[in-house]
Ligand binder design. Structure first.
Ligand SMILES: *[C@@H]1O[C@H](CO)[C@@H](O)[C@H](O)[C@H]1NC(C)=O
Ligand SMILES: *[C@@H]1O[C@H](CO)[C@@H](O)[C@H](O)[C@H]1NC(C)=O
Ligand SMILES: *[C@@H]1O[C@H](CO)[C@@H](O)[C@H](O)[C@H]1NC(C)=O
Ligand SMILES: *[C@@H]1O[C@H](CO)[C@@H](O)[C@H](O)[C@H]1NC(C)=O
Ligand SMILES: *[C@@H]1O[C@H](CO)[C@@H](O)[C@H](O)[C@H]1NC(C)=O
Length: 733
């Protein structure tokens, strides 16, 4: 119970913590648990002494009594030292308390404390020590030995009470001590000798105590110093301040001072009013022992961020440190930096840029993939090896002014044809499919590409190149300037078709092209959609067959192709319509229709304007049978010879139009026959020109002549035509 006097000491030396040397080299710096820094030295009782280890042997040499375990350092004779602080200039010692104890006979035990710090450099700390008095009928007096100072403290109470952590006058009082005090006598007295409070407060206590460490709440009025449990602990902490010498800093620093200046490098002199002398202190930014020549060492503040704040880039300097705010931020880095860190901003910008770059790459990769996919799907690999030019989408967009309506040449079921100008000013026709669904489109496209890329004939429109990057592939053809035969027959009624000669020529040229496709191209090709609007006329009005969208390649050994029915009403082979088998003879039929169109100037799928509701084919066949062909011709017939040619041609058309394919002539035969007629026509033209004959009248008025001509068809010619029939019959039976 009486362990209350025990004062727990939890001092740690800030000097030992720094690790810098704290004593003269070769000198011991600890006694038991106590660190002894310079200017203090240790006089070991059991060993040899170290005479040069203290600044002044008579003042700063403390005896370390090794008879104690652990050895104990003493201030004077009986004050054990438990802490020395160079930084604060203090020594903490333990001192016995003064006490008076009473019983019912009166005072029976008494101890008056008399402390002397000697003549020298030590004083009681007036700032940290307080005279503390405990008791309920107690007067404590303190005075210095020279009786120049005296003070006291009276505590009075009549009932037992707990002190409850404060020393406020009830059972406890405290009073300050003056400065520069070197000696102190403490004595106690009691006015009633505790007669009224004996039961709960037998003893009075008075002691000096360090305010910083003393725990008032541990005090109890009932304490008795004679309890065996507390015998050794009737002590308190007393803080003693010291100075190096009783000089002012000016005197100490002056060169004439015989004692010299005690402070080392990077330290300053501090005058103590209490001690009336100076002591040393390391400058700001330095730490260590200021009494040693190189004791004060620079603090690396950057290594102690807890103690030295730095919000930015810390840099240690000699005796200080700098702290620069990060780039882009303002303020004192030792306090706080404001704004966003450049690294943060850079990171954000970097992240945004990175995202943009990635997005950009993804788009590029996606586009390229799409183009490559389209290219492959559109048969790019196949075509790469063929002699067609591969255009980029951009080329063709530029060439057609982004497929502007003003560039539109024509529109069909398949798609659109645009006129375009390539970079080298070549005119081209760009065919753009309507998006008819992937498979159909792909199939048709592949088909057309496969066909046109290998066709090379002067009467077939040439493909220049293609573009496979787009979803809907684009084909680039040579530009045929004079439009379609269909237009010339039905819309323009152009001069070029005013005579038979040109009509025959166009028919012959078209037949050559189709013959080429059927028999010379490898593999053979069925055009599949022969009609006047697929026969184009170039700037010299040469016929060129175009549009292979419906065409079919024939494998070796294969004579027919089962396909889905497609073509143009009016030109469609009725047999193909019924069987679904597209053959070369289907082209022959369609060509027959074109011949009829050339002869009659009527659209094959229209009725005659005269009101006759019959199909033009039937009308043509019946007029041929009735020998009234001359009535339906829509051009000038120049001569009787010419009329004969027309009759032969009409007969040829009739054969082409036979409902049974095998009975139709082949395209080769048709082409040869038309070629022969052309030769005839040319020679008769020459003959006519040389004989200065006048041109024949228009068809309407010259039918009689022509009728005569019909019967004049040469035996040879008829034979030839018959031969076709026979050939066909024999071929196909
Ligand atoms: C050490 O202490 C002893 C005994 O008090 C004393 O005789 C001696 O002179 C001291 N030595 C020094 C160096 O102060
Ligand atoms: C040591 O201290 C004493 C007493 O203060 C003084 O007389 C003496 O001159 C001092 N010695 C030295 C070397 O400073
Ligand atoms: C050391 O302590 C013992 C026991 O308290 C004492 O007898 C002795 O005199 C002390 N020695 C010195 C040198 O003070
Ligand atoms: C202080 O105490 C000492 C030792 O007990 C004594 O010699 C001295 O006379 C006292 N001084 C006063 C002023 O009481
Ligand atoms: C003071 O002493 C009381 C009672 O012994 C204890 O509860 C308290 O924690 C102590 N306070 C300090 C700061 O040591």
């Amino acid at each position: 119970m009486l362990s209350f006097w025990l004062v727990f000491l939890s001092f740690t030396s800030s000097l030992t913590a720094t690790g810098s040397p704290d004593a003269v080299s070769g000198c011991p710096d600890t006694c038991g648990n106590v660190h002894v820094p310079y200017p203090f030295g240790i006089n070991f009782t059991s060993e040899i002494s170290y005479p040069r280890c203290a600044l002044n042997n008579s003042e700063f040499m403390f005896i370390c009594n090794s008879t104690y375990n652990p050895p104990q350092l003493f201030f004077g004779e009986n004050m054990p030292i438990h802490h020395i602080s160079v930084e604060e200039g203090t020594i903490s010692v333990k001192i016995y308390a003064a006490y008076n104890c009473y019983n019912n006979r009166g005072l029976f035990a008494s101890f008056s404390q008399s402390i002397s710090l000697g003549n020298g450099l030590f004083r009681f700390s007036d700032s940290r020590n307080k005279l503390t008095v405990v008791g309920c009928d107690t007067l404590a007096l303190m005075e210095d030995a020279t009786e120049t100072f005296g003070s006291g403290c009276l505590s009075w109470c009549e009932t037992d009470m707990t002190l409850q952590g404060s020393c406020s006058g009830f059972g406890c009082c405290q009073t300050s001590i003056p400065k520069s005090l070197k000696t102190l006598n403490i004595s106690l007295s009691s006015s009633t000798k505790h007669s009224r409070v004996l039961q709960f407060n037998p003893c009075d206590f008075a002691f000096l105590s360090d305010e910083r460490t003393y725990n008032v709440s541990s005090l109890q009025l009932s304490y008795n110093p004679y309890s065996s449990a507390t015998e050794n602990f009737v002590t308190s902490d007393v803080v003693i301040e010291w100075v190096v010498r009783e000089e002012t800093c000016e005197v100490a620093r002056s060169s004439s001072n015989p004692n010299g200046y005690a402070c080392g490098d990077n330290s300053k002199c501090l005058y103590s009013v209490n001690g009336q002398g100076y002591r040393c202190l390391c400058n700001d930014g330095f730490t260590g022992n200021p009494y040693l020549p190189q004791g004060c060492q620079d603090i690396d503040e950057c290594k102690e961020p807890d103690k030295y704040k730095c919000d930015g880039t810390c840099k240690n300097t000699f005796g200080a440190y700098t702290c620069r705010c990060p780039l882009g931020m303002l303020g004192d880095g030792k306090v706080a930096c404001r704004g966003f860190r450049v690294t943060t901003i850079a990171a954000v910008i970097g992240a945004i840029l990175l995202i943009m770059v990635i997005a950009f790459l993804i788009i590029i990769i996606y586009k390229r993939r799409r183009k490559e996919r389209n290219f492959l799907e559109n048969g790019g690999m196949l075509l790469k090896h063929q002699r067609v030019r591969i255009f980029s989408e951009a080329d063709l967009v530029k060439a057609t002014k982004n497929f502007d309506a003003s560039h539109l040449l024509g529109e069909g079921g398949f798609g659109y044809v645009y006129r375009g100008f390539l970079a080298d000013n070549t005119q081209v026709a760009v065919k753009k499919w309507k998006d008819l669904g992937k498979t159909l489109l792909n199939q048709e496209f592949q088909q057309e590409i496969g066909i046109v890329s290998q066709v090379n004939h002067k009467n077939v429109v040439k493909i220049i190149g293609l573009c496979l990057e787009t979803k809907v592939p684009l084909l680039v053809y040579e530009f045929i300037s004079n439009g379609t035969l269909f237009d010339h027959i039905h819309h323009k009624r152009s001069q070029i078709l005013a005579n038979w000669k040109n009509r025959l020529r166009i028919a012959a040229e078209s037949a050559l092209a189709l013959d080429y496709l059927h028999s010379l191209a490898d593999p053979p090709i069925i055009h599949g959609d022969v009609k006047s609007s697929n026969i184009l006329l170039d700037d010299s009005y040469t016929a060129k067959v175009s549009d292979f969208g419906a065409s079919v390649l024939i494998s070796p050994g294969q004579s027919t192709m089962a396909t889905k029915i497609q073509g143009t009403i009016g030109y469609l082979d009725p047999e193909y319509l019924m069987t679904g088998n597209l053959t070369e003879k289907s082209d022959v039929y369609s060509f027959g229709v074109v011949l009829v169109e050339l002869l009659t100037g009527e659209k094959p799928n229209s009725s005659r304007k005269t009101g006759d509701k019959r199909n033009i084919i039937q009308y043509f066949l019946s007029s041929l049978e009735n020998h009234t062909l001359h009535r339906i011709l829509r051009f000038n017939v120049a001569s009787e010879n010419e009329m004969e040619e027309i009759e032969v041609c009409a007969e040829l058309a009739k054969q082409c139009l036979r409902s049974s394919g095998i009975q139709r002539p082949t395209m080769k035969e048709v082409a040869e026959e038309l070629g022969r007629l052309r030769k005839l026509n040319r020679s008769s033209w020459d003959h006519r020109q040389s004989s200065q004959e006048t041109e024949y009248l228009p068809a309407e008025s010259s039918y009689s002549t022509i009728e005569v001509g019909t019967s004049k068809m040469s035996q040879n010619e008829i034979l030839r035509l018959r031969t076709f029939d026979i050939e066909y019959s024999t071929d196909n039976i």
